[in-house]
Design a protein around this ligand. Structure first.
Ligand code: GRF
Length: 211
């Protein structure tokens, strides 16, 4: 079976991307990152891609101000790279419906909460953890889900949870959840390469806390 070809879409530091690259280099994940695309030119994630010799692309309002052109550029890169799976790893732009339909059940996102809690418009990065602390919930975690046309609304594939500590701050909580994200994302990708999770038109899987 040919190795899973992954496109990783990023906007920030790229620690989830780095977790994927390290898992591949360490022989845990039988896949290849075909390309990394960011909507932010200065995203350090692009630097991480370059260090691994991976095609990195900036496709954002700065170089494609017109939304249709931006969508076309994204599709061109993804189709040229012949990717099997698109991973949104801290990607802070909404994908156009046409692209989502092109890659039905072939786009996954890692979200830093136990969906459906703390999701939707504005719930990203530290905003999520600030809301978790304000809600005084006892647990939070991370979720990998298929991407549909909503924000954080696609079918949930896997989740991992952790306890919110009494002395947790946004900084300490986000750091602990980020570690959980990395573990969950890699485990989910490994499960996809092993056929335990089927992607694409005939997607099938059980929502689990660990694969
Ligand atoms: C983090 O807040 C993470 O929770 C979410 O995206 C943000 C950046 O992640 N998935 P990364 O370090 O750029 O992968």
């Amino acid at each position: 079976m040919p190795r899973l070809r992954i496109a990783v879409l990023v906007s920030g530091g790229g620690t989830n991307l780095q977790a994927i690259l390290d898992a591949i280099q360490g022989g845990r994940l039988d896949a290849e990152v075909a390309c990394v695309i960011s909507n932010r030119k200065a995203a350090f994630a692009l630097e991480r891609a370059r260090k691994f010799g991976i095609d990195d692309h900036y496709i954002g309002k700065g170089n494609y101000p017109d939304a249709i052109d931006r969508e076309g550029a994204l599709l061109d890169v993804l189709k040229t790279a012949h990717v099997d799976l698109i991973v949104l790893a801290g990607y802070l732009s909404i994908l156009p419906p046409a692209l989502i339909n092109c890659f039905k059940n072939r786009i996954i996102n890692i979200h830093p909460s136990l969906l459906p809690s703390f999701s939707g418009e504005g719930f990203y990065g530290e905003h999520v953890h600030r809301a978790v602390l304000a809600a005084k919930v006892t647990h939070t975690g991370a979720t990998v889900h298929f991407v549909d046309e909503g924000v954080d609304t696609g079918n949930i594939i896997a989740q991992k949870q952790l306890e919110v500590l009494a002395d947790d701050s946004v900084a300490t909580l986000s750091k602990r959840v980020l570690v959980l994200e990395h573990a969950l994302l890699i485990e989910t990708l490994i499960a996809i390469t092993q056929g335990k999770i089927t992607i694409g038109e005939e997607a099938s899987y059980e929502t689990k806390s660990a694969y």
